[in-house]
Each structure stands twice: as structure tokens, then as C-alpha cells.
Design a protein around this ligand. Sequence first.
Ligand SMILES: [Ca+2]
Ligand SMILES: [Ca+2]
Length: 185
Amino acid sequence: MKYTSDKAFTLVELLIVISILGIIGIIAGNLLITGWKTEKFNREKLSLQSEARIILLRLPKDLRQIMEIDAGTTYIKIKVDTNSDGDIEDSTDKYKRYEYDNNKNSINYWSIPATPITDDNDDGWPDDWGDTNRVFAKGLVKNLKFVFNDSKKELEIKIDFSQNPNKEDIDNYSVRDKFFLRLLN
Ligand SMILES: [Ca+2]
Ligand SMILES: [Ca+2]
């Protein structure tokens, strides 16, 4: 009798231990998932920030020696006089273009040598920019806006980044900057 009672007690004990282990397992699992989600969120946020930094570091470099700018809401075209001799006819001079692609949620970038270009429609810009030179922030740009103030010669850029550009979510990251342009011509 004593033996049976002992055995029954052991069984209950065993069940309790199993239950406790189960609860600990669930808690540990939840902690792991939470940790993984936090880590993923931080990693994504870091990638948004570094894409923003790449674009905002690149732009002022390109905007330093420009002869002319054509700015629309979602694009800019610039003529870069790299040797600062007042014309756009040297082999190192460049035509550059940044354009927001709202289908791919990215910013396309072109850079082509200034000479020779084909300009059959006579708008002062290359008719054919060729293949995209580079794609920035692939799939991350929710919105982009260029605002060029002609009298102040000031270019403002505002970019909203998101891990899910097509969805309304709170994991957004915005950058905004103003550049003062010294047009050389
Ligand atoms: Ca030049
Ligand atoms: Ca043209």
C-alpha cells in the first residue's frame, strides 16, 4: 500500500514537473521570438538608415560643380562640370540623373559622359540615358520629393523609407535635407 501511494505521488510529481517544464518552454520560446523580432527590426532600421546616408552623402558631392539643373517632383537632372572650366564639353564632365521609381520603390541613378550626347529633341539633355547606373534603396522608398527653389538656388529633398512601402506601417524612417547650389553658369 505504501509502495502504491509512493508511486502515485511520484506520478503526480512527474506531471507537475512536466507541466512546469512546458510552461518554462513556452516562456523561453516567447522570449526567443521577441528577441528575434527585435533584432530583425533593428537590423531593418539600420539598413534604412544606411541607404538614406548613402544617398545624402552622394548628392552633395554631385551637386558641387553643376552648370544646370532640371528638377521635377520625383527627379533631378544635373550637368556636372567636373573640371570647373565653365563648359560641359570635357570628357570628365557628366550628365547625371536621379529619379524615383514608384513601381520598384527605389531611386535610379544615371551618370553618363557629357560628350558626345544625342539630343534630337533639343531639350539640352541626353535623349537616351542608357541602362540604370545604380539603384539606391531598392524596394525601400515609400515616397520621394524634390523641391527646387530657383531664386534661392536651393534644392530640398525629402525621402520616406519603409520596410513595407506599399503598406501603411509604423516602421518608417524619413530623411530631409536642403542643398544650396552654386550654379557655375
Ligand atoms: Ca568642363
Ligand atoms: Ca534630349
